[in-house]
Write a protein that binds this ligand. Structure first.
Ligand code: SF4
Length: 481
């Protein structure tokens, strides 16, 4: 596993911090406690501090002694087996090591292990306006919170304070477990479930916005897990998002920051709602259809233009998805190829215009432009044809289609939460209110696990796809380990 076990704060990260004067850092290596309050973290609370450093806490002490003994034993064995993973520990005996970490209050070590082992998505921002037909999360626009009552009862975003408490909790527990918390899991983490990353930013109690770059810094620093950035594009007339994305490009180019990403993806597909309107109207009203087509191709040409400085980075990829050519026109591989060609013509025109005007921000000359266009064509060449009917695309395939039949088989296989709890095909999602869900991206089970968030009593939109009524219980998790 490539993960780096970094038990200390990265100096450069702290130096990069906007308000280093607010850093309050307390460290006690013997007690495996490292209270580091970054500027964006909650204000220092003496009772919390006292709790963490209460060496007389019996449960914590016993768990710590067990952990240290077992850790040394496994480190010795490591020479032979080359592994020291949390799965080799007795999680009942280890229970207590998490004592005093506020965000895990009320959770057992088995539940925390289950969560961190399967965690793939932290849904910091809920909802998306793109309404892509194939969206596995069946994303819809954010809930409308019009009245004060709505605002007091529902949320569309994780609070910044909860996000920081989560990162702080991960960091502290990982420290106590000598870096084993995320050691045996998949490498990456996504800060979204049903959102486009270009939309992501969350607010703190003072109303200050914290954008994607800041959220990446915080979670990467806490977990050392690289993040995923996915976008299906943004409206080029939206100046705020455009500026955010230009800032993100600069951030990505700064030393060390690309290491915080596993993938930087642009989705090129025929399923975006704007292109879906083109498909809908092309027979009945070609003029109207072309209006939508142009909006979409302009939009994506601007996305590629804005991201030009990072397009050659090996983490930059296209997610190009379509139905295979045996399916209905408009959403096929062939239709996507035509769509990509149209986008690339518009992009090339933008570069040529720049060269003519002497604006050499993205391309220096014709040769440079050709080489960038070549890279884009190569990266966009590979199209992934859908193997399952997912999301709203279910309505585009016949019930006897192989894509539908495969979907049906998987749904039947996992029709009870007991089957999901035993499966490695399910991933955990933390919702904006701290509730934990398990999904295989065809169906989703709510669990009884919830993080101790300040917004834990707020409602959110249903986590999709296909949210089940049956609950994956704590008893099932207890039985699993
Ligand atoms: S696929 Fe992504 S961009 Fe499209 S609707 Fe879903 S979350 Fe939004």
């Amino acid at each position: 596993m490539l993960r780096i076990n970094n038990f200390e704060f990265s100096t450069s990260f702290r130096e990069n911090n906007k308000n280093p004067s607010a850093v309050n850092h307390v460290q006690d290596k013997d007690n495996m406690c490292n209270l580091a309050y970054l500027p964006y973290y909650r204000p220092f609370t003496p009772s919390f501090n006292a709790r963490w450093f209460n060496a007389s806490d019996n449960k914590f002490q016993k768990a710590k002694e067990y952990f240290n003994k077992k850790y040394d034993e496994l480190e010795d064995n490591k020479k032979r087996w080359n592994r020291n993973y949390l799965s080799a520990y007795n999680l009942d005996t280890l229970d207590g090591i998490q004592e005093g970490i506020p965000v895990f209050k009320g959770m057992t070590m088995k539940e925390i292990y289950f969560l961190t082992h399967y965690l793939k998505e932290i849904a910091v921002h809920r909802g998306c306006h793109n309404m892509c037909v194939h969206c596995y999360a069946e994303a819809k626009p954010p809930l409308l919170l019009k009245t004060e009552k709505d605002k007091s009862e529902k949320i569309n975003q994780m609070s910044y304070e909860d996000y920081c408490a989560l990162a702080e909790g991960f960091k502290e527990l990982d420290k106590r477990l000598k870096g084993l918390l995320f050691e045996e899991r998949e490498l990456y983490l996504a800060l979204f479930h049903d959102a486009d990353c270009s939309d992501i930013s969350i607010k703190d109690k003072q109303g200050n916005e914290h954008d994607f770059t800041e959220l990446v810094d915080i979670m990467y620093e806490a977990t050392q897990l690289p993040q995923v950035f996915d976008t299906s594009g943004w409206n080029p007339k939206d100046k705020k998002v455009q500026q955010k994305m230009e800032k993100l490009v600069q951030y990505f180019l700064q030393d060390g920051n690309s290491e915080k990403f596993c993938f930087f993806n642009v989705s090129l597909n025929p399923f975006h709602s704007t292109n879906a309107r083109y498909v809908k109207y092309i027979e009945s009203d070609p003029q109207k259809a072309m209006k939508y087509r142009n909006i979409y191709t302009d939009r994506m040409a601007n996305v590629l233009y804005t991201l030009t400085p990072i397009i050659r980075n090996n983490k930059f990829e296209f997610i190009s998805r379509a139905f295979d050519n045996t399916h209905a026109g408009g959403y096929t591989e062939q239709a996507l190829k035509e769509l990509i060609d149209e986008i690339l013509v518009k992009l090339e025109n933008k570069y040529i215009e720049d060269i003519k005007c002497g604006n050499l921000k993205y391309v220096k000359n014709m040769e440079h432009m050709k080489s960038i266009m070549e890279t884009i064509k190569n990266k966009a060449e590979s199209i992934d044809t859908l193997r399952l009917a997912q999301g709203r695309a279910v309505n585009l395939v016949d019930k006897d289609d192989i894509l539908f039949q495969r979907r049906k088989m998987i749904l039947e296989e996992y029709d009870i939460p007991e089957s999901a709890v035993e499966s490695s095909r399910f991933n955990a999602i933390i919702d904006a209110n701290g509730k934990v869900y398990m999904t295989n991206y065809l169906l989703t089970y709510p669990t009884e696990i919830q993080l101790n968030f300040e917004n834990k009593n707020k409602k959110t939109a249903d986590i999709k796809p296909d949210l089940q009524e049956k609950i994956l219980s704590k008893a099932m998790i207890e039985k699993k380990f």
